[in-house]
Design a protein around this ligand. Structure first.
Ligand SMILES: Cc1cc2nc3c(=O)[nH]c(=O)nc-3n(C[C@H](O)[C@H](O)[C@H](O)COP(=O)(O)O)c2cc1C
Length: 421
């Protein structure tokens, strides 16, 4: 065989992908890869706003590290030729135990912002939570995600699942108006974020003087010039505003304010359990409390009768040294499982993380940064990619641990360090 023939038999050139988004995705194997691409594409201040956490970022690191501490006790030869990871949340079926967490300001990652994430969620038929601090309005998001039917659902009319996240604001009239708008736009549930009595100290933002919306000053000019595609999209799009409160007697983002200033003006540090009663009365539909961090508060939430809690430390962005949500799942499930749904929010980067949370007693996981990195790395297709990656990861972990349905995903699947095999 000539050298040329030998070479021909071993060399296989991959077709060069012309579409830059597909090229980026083709080179990605996991969420960390999307994060790296996002870091390359975004100005440093924008990336740090998304990626960063409070103080020394121990809680941020702890959220993901806690998943790595949890091992499996895999069972084999259990006929896993058919895997079904579907479950129900708030009484309705979803194909995967995953909910997209509210993340404000999605348009700093991609001009379509929340619309892109909501459309991808609708295609995957998982709930999407729009943040009060969103840069697309309640109505825009509803219009974008309505009518999207999952291909496998044929022509059935699918009522896409949209949740709306609220903060306990001082201005109750404005809150009431937002809830009314969410009701009219057929949002299914509200998610009340309760871990923000004041804003955590995000030191990367402090250091960079980061404002929302980002303003291009002299110091950010060079950064912007180094990221021309982001800067071009940013200056060509309509101004980024807090779309839900435009024109109200509040900061709508017309002037750049630091997030801390914005929060201090709007947020009510006197929030208490009584406020939840106000919301339940004003909303009248399902209520999720996001930011529960102890068994004691989980019990209080069950006692007042909310529908679900999200165990969350806000992705390590609020209190430093708060517990990792995955560590709370089993004790909270022991205390209140069966009385309300339990979502694990924080540090989820793989399908196997979701399987661990469900095994320990969670109904589903909420996913924040994973979808934000995906959006920044590859826009709407990036979010589709992330959802497919999570789905494939859940299925693979179930197959390799011998679980056919989520009913088989029980605490027996989990092995902690020093426990017997
Ligand atoms: C960039 C960014 C913006 C966020 N904005 C909000 C918000 O507006 N409201 C809210 O309740 N939580 C917000 N969060 C917290 C997320 O909802 C979620 O709790 C957190 O991201 C989960 O951790 P993970 O990023 O490790 O998945 C935000 C998180 C990030 C990273």
């Amino acid at each position: 065989m000539s050298i040329l023939e030998t070479l021909r038999s071993v060399v296989e050139l991959r077709r060069f992908e012309l579409d830059p988004v597909e090229r980026r995705l083709a080179k990605s194997a996991n969420i960390d890869d999307l994060r790296r691409i996002a870091k390359r594409r975004l100005p440093a201040g924008v990336f740090d706003y998304i990626d960063g956490g409070a103080d020394d970022e121990r809680t941020l690191a702890g959220n993901t590290a806690a998943f790595a501490e949890i091992g499996f006790r895999p069972r084999v030869m259990r006929d896993t030729s058919e895997i079904d990871p579907s479950t129900t949340v708030l009484g309705r079926e979803i194909p995967l135990p995953l909910i997209l967490a509210p993340t404000g300001f999605a348009r700093i990652a991609d001009p379509q912002g929340e619309l892109a994430v909501a459309r991808a969620a609708a295609r995957a038929q998982v709930p999407y939570t729009l943040s009060t601090m969103g840069t697309r309005s309640i109505e825009e998001v509803a219009a974008a995600s309505d009518g999207i039917v999952r291909s496998t659902a044929g022509n059935a009319v699918v009522d896409n699942r949209r949740w709306f996240q609220v903060y306990v604001w001082r201005d109750k009239a404005l809150l009431r108006e937002l809830l009314e708008r969410a009701r009219r736009a057929r949002y299914e549930a509200i998610v009340i974020t309760v871990d923000t009595a004041m804003l955590g100290r995000r030191e990367r933002d402090v250091r960079r003087g980061f404002t929302l919306p980002p303003k291009i000053g002299l110091d950010t000019f060079i950064d912007g010039a180094l990221h021309p595609s982001w800067t071009w999209a940013f200056v060509n799009a309509e101004p980024i505003l807090f779309a839900n409160v435009v024109g109200k007697d509040t900061d709508d983002g017309t002037s750049g304010v630091s997030l801390a200033d914005h929060m201090h003006r709007q947020f009510d540090p006197s929030l208490s359990w009584d406020d939840i009663g106000w919301f339940r009365e004003a909303w009248g539909g399902p209520v999720v409390l996001k930011g529960i961090q102890t068994v004691a508060d989980a019990r209080l939430a069950a006692d007042i009768g909310v529908d679900a809690i999200a165990l969350s430390n806000h992705g390590g962005r609020q209190l430093e040294d708060a517990p990792a949500p995955i560590e709370l799942v089993a004790p909270v499930a022991d205390a209140v499982g069966g009385r309300l749904e339990i979502y694990c929010d924080g540090g989820v980067r793989r399908g196997s993380d979701i399987v661990k949370a469900v095994a320990l007693g969670a109904t589903a996981c909420m996913v924040g940064r994973a979808h934000f990195y995906a959006l920044a790395a590859a826009g709407e297709r990036g979010v589709d990619w992330m959802l497919e990656f999570m789905d494939a990861g859940v299925r693979q972990t179930m197959a390799l641990t011998g679980a056919r349905t989520l009913a088989d995903v029980t605490p027996e699947l989990i092995r902690r360090p020093n426990e017997p095999f």
